[in-house]
Design a protein around this ligand. Sequence first.
Ligand SMILES: Cc1ncc(COP(=O)(O)O)c(C=O)c1O
Length: 480
Amino acid sequence: MSQSSAAPAIAHNKPPEILSLIGDTPLVEVTQFDTGPCRLFLKLENQNPGGSIKDRIALSMIEAAEAEGKLVPDGTVIEATAGNTGLGLALVAGAKGYRVLLVIPDKMSQEKISHVRALGAEVRITRSDVTRGHPEYYQDVAFRLAEEIPGGFYVNQFGNPANPLAHERTTGPEIWEQMRHDVDAVVVGVGSGGTLTGLGRFFNRVKPRRGIEMVLADPTGSVLYEYVKTGKLVESGSWAVEGIGEDFIPEIADMSLVTEAFEIDDEESFATARELLRKEGIFGGSSTGTLVAGALRYCREQTKPKRVVTLVPDTGNKYLSKMYNNFWMAEQGFIHRPPHGDLSDLISHRYEAGEVITVGPDDSLLTAFKRIRNSDVSQLPVVDKTGRAIGIIDESDLLVTVHREPSHFNDPVSTAMTDQLETLPPDAKITDLLGVFDRGRVAIVMDGNKFLGLITRTDLLSYLRLHMPKSSTPPEREFA
Ligand SMILES: Cc1ncc(COP(=O)(O)O)c(C=O)c1O
């Protein structure tokens, strides 16, 4: 690689040492689950420096582009992704001194965008409501930017041969050595298809004639399971697991390598990932749940002992506000509480279970403000020492009191709260709730003297969304 005459701040020929820690991830055996007659092993790709398996392909695709002269010093690495590939590229290409530009659909979470920005990547937000072929489709935008920007290199993980090659050259051989050359089946998911194609090629080479089964675990709603089973491309549905499942067959995905497939729904994936953390202490992302659930099904179906490997493709850190958050899980209908058949079913945070953030009448307004900010709510119930809800305080109550004289932040909550409460019994009707909302209030649900919790407009909307017929739910998916 040649050095440009104006030396950049970071020398391209000596990247930070962290890049040498990509790969060589540990492999551990699952011991706390029923694996039938089989032994199940997990390759912990969540332990890569960027937190996912995609660090490997980021390194491989960047190095291949450097070797082929497609990426020149001071060049710009461009990719359409807000997922792990973006993080991997931001880490690897950023560390090597390249400019990194990621095209991100506008529905991606702020957390992910903040993460790639923190790594130094630039972000272009584009529309998420358009599909392949539309000029604002995120992959088409990335392709165009790479043509327009001098020194621009479009990585294109879905069509880049250095993606599967990373797994053929590193992930596969590592598993083979760690398993002491004794493997019967490998369970994978398909996002771009890099893992499947790379591992499939490697294992076919070391144990030819389908000696090692390649098992696909695919989210329900993705088209890949059906394609493997019937050869037909069906219309895709929606799924919430991130990073795997597709609505098309990616260019680099060699689906002919798959010997068996399982379809796993979101609920089973999330439950399995959560169980894996509790039982084995392994903190994986949502697709870890899909892969482990698929691997467990495969294992339990076997009649002979087999040695099975699957992956923990990314860390659970990214999913703390979703899959690992009980309120999100309940709101999305993945955790089922026993229904009461009344308004209490709409309460997302139950007082009795310690789930409601409250303030006391003698707490300061500053305390109330901090709790409102930290818990990302717009009002707090004011609850006295006996557990009775005696008021409610929201941002406008705070503003009215402190806007002229900020020292009023030290005043007690009782001086600013609203004590005209809109209380409803659990057997009230949804129309009663609407009346409360029309008056600009939230409903306080009381069973006699017992405070059960609040119901807000968002709670009602979430409840109604959960009860809408499945067929009318538009497909919605994450981006790899
Ligand atoms: C979160 C996540 N990303 C990516 C992948 C790998 O997908 P691919 O190599 O097909 O892009 C997986 C595979 O299981 C995954 O779980």
